[in-house]
Design a binder for this molecule. Structure first.
Ligand code: NAD
Length: 497
């Protein structure tokens, strides 16, 4: 099968306009996004299918869509979400290919799988609930209300999947969303958003529940942060955008960076640990924020663990090859005290075979992960490498392994993994690392309900503390109090007439 190239953004816009011309009433006055504000005379942005050049237009359209959605109640939300789910699942292969071709990182099969999984399993209206306090003084109901228009920033590592997950959960809570995607994943983001909106518009008559800035820049991101029509920000990305969102003048839900460490102690089932580490670290070439990034192994089982990794299919690099790869894969960025190691763009998200060749080893078909022994001061250890090479550090004992794991996580409090059959060691690590996700005896993805219990989201709010986001994350509490009535328990004699 040939790989389809992501359509040029102008092509997407042309398709939208063509669809509109054939579907919309003659008076609708369709205009090209960015050329004029809105369809003349209608006072509405219906027909844009979410594609905007201007933040002002996108937010206005999103506010209109929010007001329309409010009128359709929970059933309207459910119908809209069902279209997003269906398209993410049915078009996963085509959209996954587009994402792969456009972003040039990760693995095609996982681009497709991520869309399917988020379409199927992102938390929707079933997560909505109210709480009740009933007692001598009547009834208080806590309702979870929408904020309105949410401004979202999405990463290149999962451009459309993050939008899918965000859209399902945000709309389930009754909100609408304007997305400023990563510039390197903007085309597939626009194509997905266009498809979602076209289907929703056709079915329930609301367009622009999900809006997107077609030509995103840092300026448009900042304009979105500061727009008075945006009531809440949700940012998914690395340190710079996380910092920017935390400094914004309104509430932000920040799904920030991680550098998940793994500890393997002397009680672990080493073959099981090796299979889990390879699965998690190799998934989409290590692009997941939760993916295993460095491994600390107790010395008494270190050599056996390395052998288990090879048995499970990973390729071990020798010391010279590790050095060669390190020089090519990790580069320095920033100035002065801010100078720090970062992954080299040419190798970020690339296949394990390519990394093997860069290291001077031979790759092979189906190779998922390369690994090697390093010192704790190798730059792969502190760096969120986002490529399928794992440094393994030999540690005196489990206490040293946990301490080094803690240091390498940088206090992001994102994700940590241990392979152990000692609940005491699990407890020690859980307490010290204090991470949002803590996985024991499984691949990192188990922390998102894939091979473990629980639910999935690709926005795991770490510094702001909301955790794996659900519709309730995107709500504000409202309390409705009725004094002295509707608590139907107790004696009728106690009612004051
Ligand atoms: P990135 O930080 O380069 O970009 C993320 C988004 O932020 C993009 O849309 C980008 O254009 C925007 N951006 C970057 N700097 C900005 C600034 N100063 N102001 C406003 N916007 C800015 O990250 P990426 O390479 O796209 O994604 C990988 C990073 O995201 C990793 O650090 C990973 O851990 C993190 N991530 C976290 C989660 C989570 O749930 N916590 C999920 C996915 C990815």
């Amino acid at each position: 099968m040939t790989i389809a190239t992501a359509p040029d953004i102008r092509e997407i816009v042309r398709q939208v306009i063509a669809e509109l011309r054939s579907a919309a009433p003659a008076s609708a006055g369709i205009t090209t996004p960015g050329v004029a504000a809105s369809p003349a005379g209608s006072g509405s942005f219906a027909g844009r299918h979410g594609i905007f050049d201007s933040i002002d237009d996108a937010v206005t359209a999103s506010q209109e869509a929010f007001e329309q959605l409010e009128r359709l109640g929970m059933e309207g939300r459910r119908k809209a979400i069902n279209h997003i789910r269906r398209i993410s699942i049915d078009d996963a292969e085509e959209l996954g290919r587009m994402e792969f071709v456009e972003t040039k990182i990760g693995r095609l099969e996982h681009k497709i799988e991520k869309l399917k999984v988020l379409g199927e399993r992102s938390p929707g209206v079933e997560f909505m609930r109210s709480e009740v306090f009933s007692g001598d003084h009547g009834l208080a109901v806590i309702e979870h209300a929408p904020f309105g228009v949410i401004g979202a920033i999405t990463p290149v590592t999962h451009s459309l999947p993050t939008i899918t997950g965000n859209a399902v959960s945000m709309i389930a809570a009754g909100n609408t969303v304007v997305v400023n995607p990563h510039p390197s994943g903007k085309k597939v983001a626009a194509e997905g958003v266009r498809r979602f909106n076209a289907a929703i518009h056709r079915d329930i008559g609301i367009d622009n529940l999900v809006s997107l800035i077609a030509e995103p820049t840092l300026d448009t991101a900042n304009a979105l942060f500061n727009h008075r029509g945006v009531k809440l920000i949700c940012v998914t990305g690395g340190p710079a955008v996380a910092r920017a969102a935390l400094q914004a003048s309104k509430r932000a839900i920040v799904a920030g960076p991680g550098n998940p460490p793994v500890v393997v102690d002397e009680t672990a089932d080493l073959d099981r640990a090796a299979r889990a580490i390879i699965y998690g670290a190799a998934y989409d070439n290590n692009l997941l924020c939760i993916a295993e990034k460095q491994v600390f192994v107790v010395a008494s089982v270190f050599d056996r663990m390395m052998a288990a990794m090879e048995r499970a299919g990973a390729l071990r690099l020798n010391a010279t090859q590790v050095d060669t790869l390190t020089r090519k894969a990790i580069v320095m960025s920033g100035e002065g005290v801010h100078r720090h190691p970062v992954p080299c763009k040419d190798l970020l998200g690339q296949d394990a075979s390519l990394l093997a060749m860069a290291a001077g080893a031979s790759g092979r078909d189906g190779l998922e992960l390369v690994f090697g022994e390093t010192d704790n001061d190798n730059p792969f250890v502190p760096t969120e490498q986002m490529m399928p090479f794992l440094p393994f550090v030999r540690c005196r004992d489990v206490d040293e392994a946990i301490r080094l794991a803690h240091e390498s996580e940088h206090g992001f409090r994102h994700t940590a993994i241990i392979h152990s059959n000692s609940v005491r060691n699990m407890t020690k690590m859980g307490r010290l690392l204090d991470t949002t996700l803590f996985v024991k005896n499984g691949a990192s993805v188990a922390g998102l309900g894939l091979g473990g219990e629980g639910y999935i989201s690709f926005s795991i709010a770490t510094p702001t503390g909301e955790g794996v986001t659900t519709p309730l994350t995107f709500t504000r509490q409202r309390r409705c109090t009725l004094v002295d009535d509707l608590c139907i328990l107790g004696s009728p004699d106690t009612i004051n007439h």
